[in-house]
Design a protein. Sequence first.
Length: 246
Amino acid sequence: MILNLLQLGCVPYREAVDLQRKLIEARHDGRIGNTLVLLEHPPVLTLGRNASRANILASDEFLAYRNVEVHEINRGGDVTYHGPGQLVGYPIFDLRSFTPRLGAVEYVRLLEEALIRASGDFGVLATRLAGRTGVWTVAGGSIPEKKIAAIGVHIARGITSHGFALNVHPDLRDFELIVPCGIADREVTSLEREADPPPTMEAVRNAVARQFGHVFAHQALWLESVADLLPEPDQSLQVPAAHADL
């Protein structure tokens, strides 16, 4: 099976939500295959279905001063920060296309597995934490686990949306705006902080794409633009001309 890959650079959050809606409908109608969108966002806070507004620590005035948007969305999980230097992935998968069909929990475990493997490509040992969705660095001595990737998904009619955020080289001080994912007893970290040498965003994108292909048993194929998937071209969302099979 082919996994369509779109690399879109930095995209405003509202535009990305609209793109996901179009891709979900196209996947449901069978007009496209399973697709992974990789991008970055300008600073934004998103609140999932289970989010508590109390986990946003900054005032509305301060967020406005910093040009940080706030969006309430239909994914699972609590409050999450997205910003430059963070690789965000939106898998638009039909869970019924896998044999056997994937359930929600198994799907999330596979997302974690792909990110664990991608982190390992840069010498960063990562793992799961019982009862806490996401990807964490492995504890060492007196140093507890640190969160390196957040996961929050939505599944409707068998089609997935939203997804993951892997910290590559964000400004970690921005996470002080919130209680990340509602978890106050663990720090947030990044590949830049944990890897030696720190990887580039391009290298991480390629690693994540490759590992998604392996974990979900798909052949990953870069596409040049959204217009390659959807019938109506969207000139605001373009990707570099270069592409490769991974």
